[in-house]
Design a protein around this ligand. Sequence first.
Ligand code: 8YV
Length: 331
Amino acid sequence: MSKPRVWVSRPFFPDIVDRLRPFFEVDAESEEQRFSSADLATRLADADAAIVGLAERIDVAAIRQAKRLRFVANLGVGYNNLDIEALSAAGIGASNTPDVLNETVADYAWALMLAAARRVGEAERWLRAGQWHGSRFEGWLGTDVHGKTIGILGMGRIGQAIARRAAGFRARVIYHNRSRLPAAVEQACAATYVDKAQLLTEADHLILVVPYTPESHHAIGEAELQAMKRSATLVNVARGGVVDDVALARALARGTIAAAALDVFEGEPALHPSLLALDNIVLSPHIASASRDTRRDMAALAVDNVLAAFGHGPHAGRPPTILNPGVLADA
Ligand code: 8YV
């Protein structure tokens, strides 16, 4: 009997991809590329499983073409690129990569917050442009992070990892979330639940880590930015659509808030041009989870899920981070 086929949509760690080879024919892309819906349909047409990233939208149209597909492993904890309902209806399992990236994304959220608040990127650009001719005592004044109030919108596992880091900075943490965390969890990360209005008005530095859903679309827009302190910093490591980028660019240009740092953008990899024109913003190309160890762990978890879905490996029959376990129960 021929082996099932797995399509891997981007090149990653050959030693991890090799773990699939004893059980699958592997079609691994050899270079990064963006797939049109027609390309995606072609790639999925003869795949039994697929390992995809955020840029690949696995929606009703894609699924319709994918007659053999039984499992999709997403390289990311956020899975707004997958239509879970449509996948489940078609009997296709899906997984994501939770937990393995919590600490790395939390590190990066702090890196962005510190960089924006202390104007690291701006100062470096100025220095590289050869403008440093003498010291200015009142030059490059940023905002402290230590001792300030850090607001977190979305207090899942990454939000909690961000909160735990605040102790070393003697910073106060307030958070808003769809539901309040159990007291023991709040205590463990020394975080206080507040409503969204209080989060906006009290945070010196506001970090966004909510999943992207219709409810969180433009959770930060013009009105929310107006409610924030003029000295505040906004950090987005969630999804581009959580922030109205046009409203943010306007707010940064007018001094409604002091600075922002974005790792994610509406319509990425394209950026709204008004963001690029600003100085008081740190911009990075969606790399919050991009440490060597964490990207390897994410890749390994995606592979473990595919192996398990086809009855192989240590989790045979039980993909460890399946999003729609009902599909396997029905199989
Ligand atoms: C990306 C992320 O998945 O985990 C997420 O939700 O947004 C990131 O870790 C990563 O860029 C790999 O595509």
